[in-house]
Design a protein around this ligand. Sequence first.
Ligand code: BES
Ligand code: ZN
Ligand code: ZN
Length: 456
Amino acid sequence: MFSCLTRDASSAVPITPVTKAALPQWLEAHPDKREWLNVIGFKAEPNSFAFLPSSKGEPTRVLAGVAEGESIWAFAALPASLPEGVYSIDAELDDAHATAAALGWSLGSYAFTEYKAPKRAPAALVWPQHADQAEVDRITKGVFLARDLINTPTEDMGPDHLIDAGAAIAKDAGARVRILRGDELLEQNYPTIHAVGRASTRAPGLLDFTWGDDTAPKVTLVGKGVCFDTGGLNIKPREGMLQMKKDMGGAAVVLGLAQALMAAGTPVRLRVLIPAVENSIAGNAFRPLDIIRTRAGKTVEIGNTDAEGRLILCDALSEADSEKPELLIDCATLTGAARIALGPEVQAFFCDDDNVASKLHQAGATVGDPMWRLPIWRPYRKLIDGKCADLNNVAATPFAGSVIAALYLGEFVSAATAWVHVDLMAANVNSRPGRPEGGEATGLRALYRYIRDRFG
Ligand code: BES
Ligand code: ZN
Ligand code: ZN
């Protein structure tokens, strides 16, 4: 499906992976190459490569430096750094390594080309033997979908666009789709989603789809779909606002994950809820110290209109929780505090179930999509007591911002057997092999692996 992976091996240049430690041994076996590699300074540094020319000067082989024990990202720099052409990996790879190598290669071939032509095509790889091609395709498709949704500027990715994109994926997979827009949110009792989104010229909405056998275990995914977060009347400063087209990253990850799970035929009853809004500024915007009666009936006092993610999520979570799912997961670019704690490369998650938490952590480590658990620290719950309402959407303290947000969301989850809240980055700050700068499906592959291992 992705042109960077091909079945046509006829003109492929073989790649020999070599670690720094193994290079001397390789040179022993190929003494005629020693001088050439010396001259060009090839040291088998990870992500470096060297062409070995024939006596006629034709490229006969590529030596590629790989890190010791590296799996998914071992070859991921090559599609963008090798010259255009077709290559094959000339090494014995078991099923898992072959699949990981192919996936790393395909993730490294991504470019966001909608508004700017790419400078070059990625180098192509012949499918390594034993790679699970369908699995690589599914995961690549899910990750690319999420990246594209996040990278698309808000003008072209408003609430309706996001909902329509999600509905198209749902319909493709044969899911049952329900969409609420604008005042229908009030009629159907989603007051927080409406309140946050009502100041935009583009109406807020809720995408709700259900897929799979009704008797299968219920897995429900909820994604924060704030298409742009100005902060509302508590307006963000310029630096903070600049990144906020990515504030629908949770929704993008959920949609990419759902697409992959459905394509794999995962034996679950999947439900996806995407509240989609723009947190805008206008005369009809919700205000600090307004009080909203949430779907669950609890009242919430608005301490800060910039803590809007937890507001739209709380009504979606109430609906999700009402079905008592076996597993309820929400994904959201919820707090700057999670980034302060863990930086951009590790995704924060919250879960009171030790077993689920340790397996999710392990799944992330296995697939190279790191997830770290933070505590839902109950003693802090009192910090979000409202003065004139049941809750405040923020605490007065600057500490533990991501924990406070998780505690707020937890007020709306009681019936689900297990709940995981993921506070994610949804972007690569710098380019790394397989992970170009820009929108990223952080957490998607960890969650996919966890759900497939548990239910698949
Ligand atoms: N979308 C932001 C969180 C965010 C900021 C994610 C930067 C990724 C990068 C969220 O809506 C927000 O503004 N949160 C506030 C909460 C605060 C007002 C309690 C924050 O984190 O500062
Ligand atoms: Zn905000
Ligand atoms: Zn936000």
